[in-house]
Write a protein that binds this ligand. Structure first.
Ligand code: SF4
Length: 410
């Protein structure tokens, strides 16, 4: 039985369709609305300005895992789609009186769209959205096309730039490769070094690195620190109960990612120097101290992020594509539906329910306020869908317990 406590703290049983459908398809939005649940407005819009990539990383959830929908997408987002996106965001901001929204330029590799097109997109969105709300831009890129001209344009619109890099040359080049199999580290490092000499270095938001437990944790961390990132995002590789994490034979049978992360945490926590923010650790520490965190990978905050593809189709968080073909689809388009229409999608609702949208095991867990069941795509198991603990459950429990002990939060 699934319960929802959205009304005055009273546990109210929710009806679930007895259709054999995987969670959250078995959850009826009408039940939620009848109980007083309303969708939170989206405030973060991940916009896929280009659907292809100039690297061929072997762990990529878009091109190498369960989903092949990118093949149906145009290469880059056209100006007519971009205009519809901007109008929909302005509509959302106006309807909900949002004080600010964030657009994340994403791909594939967003910079493949080219400087003139990126400039036109940024101009268009600024023109359409800033009359109604504050607009901030960020971008996630592999860094290969960060030319001086591109940086000039991104600086004009104050786009904060995150770069994907997995460590030093040996760490990074295990997975982040060019199409011919050659490692990408050298080219990215050169771009970063050139950028660092320029006036545009303050746009550097940090590094996103996917964990490989074959790499030494402290060496990997120190290699990333060599670029002076203000922030480091250490990401679990995409996995679920059907596709176990790399290095784990059977999902749930071992927790090697905790040991890796704890080694980095202790090194970072005990360091006498000024260390970069590590998003996962900072979020856990905040949550342990009862402070809010908007980081989607831990905690119980409702997800208010949505994705728009180059053809204008609206999707959920696109890392869901690591689960199964079509997992992120909503069947909505900026040309037909508003973002409010999409917010009432069952799958979106499930990610805005907090503790009430978790599996029984998570609901009973001692660290649920901090963990929040882990990153939603990592909960997938064929048959029960997303109503499971994270496939990284044991790792999260060990890491949170360790951080709690080190911070004196227990
Ligand atoms: S540690 Fe495991 S059981 Fe506990 S909330 Fe996280 S995923 Fe759920």
């Amino acid at each position: 039985m699934f319960y929802c406590s959205v009304m005055a703290g009273v546990l109210v049983p929710l009806t679930r369709k007895n259709s054999g459908e995987e969670w959250p398809e078995s959850l009826r939005p009408s039940d939620l609305r009848a109980l007083g649940w309303t969708a939170r407005p989206f405030t973060e819009f991940v916009v896929k300005v280009h659907s292809r990539c100039n690297l061929a990383c072997d762990y990529c959830y878009l091109y190498e895992l369960g989903d092949a929908s990118w093949k149906d997408q145009p290469g880059r987002m056209s100006l007519s789609v971009a205009e519809a996106v901007g109008n929909r965001i302005a509509e959302q901001a106006t309807r909900h009186g949002l004080v600010g929204v964030r657009m994340v330029l994403h791909g594939g590799e967003p910079l493949l769209a080219g400087e003139p097109h990126i400039r036109r997109l940024l101009e268009l969105w600024t023109e359409l959205i800033t009359p109604v709300t504050r607009l901030s831009f960020s971008m996630q890129t592999n860094g290969l096309l960060l030319t001086d001209e591109m940086l000039d344009t991104l600086a004009r619109f104050d786009v904060s730039i995150g770069v994907s890099l997995d460590g030093g040359i040996t760490h990074n080049d295990r997975h982040r490769m060019h199409r011919n199999g050659a490692g990408s580290y050298q080219a990215v490092a050169e771009r970063l070094h050139t950028w660092k000499q320029s006036v545009h270095w303050p746009l550097f938001a940090g590094i996103l690195a996917v964990i490989d437990i074959e790499n030494d944790p402290v060496e990997t961390y120190e290699a990333l620190c060599a670029f002076d990132p203000p922030k480091i995002d250490l990401m679990f590789p995409h996995a679920n109960w059907h596709t176990p994490p790399p290095g784990v034979q059977q999902a749930g049978s071992a927790a090697p990612y905790a040991a890796w992360l704890i080694a980095v945490f202790d090194h970072w926590f005990d360091s006498p120097r000024d260390e970069p923010s590590i998003r996962l650790f900072d979020a856990i520490i905040r949550l342990l101290h009862g402070e809010p965190s908007s980081f989607e990978s831990v905690g119980l905050a409702p997800v208010t992020l949505v994705v728009v593809q180059p053809d204008g189709s609206i999707e959920q968080v696109d890392t869901l594509k690591s689960s199964f073909d079509g997992a992120a689809e909503t069947n909505a388009s900026v040309f037909r539906e508003s973002f409010d229409d999409v917010a009432n999608n069952t799958s979106i609702a499930a990610r805005q329910l907090g503790r009430e949208g978790l599996s029984d095991a998570c609901r009973r867990c001692a660290v649920v306020q901090t963990c929040g069941g882990g990153y939603y795509p990592h909960r997938y198991r064929p048959g029960s869908g997303f109503l499971n603990p994270s496939v990284y459950c044991a790792d999260l429990l060990a890491l949170i317990t360790h951080v709690s002990e080190r911070c004196g939060a227990t």
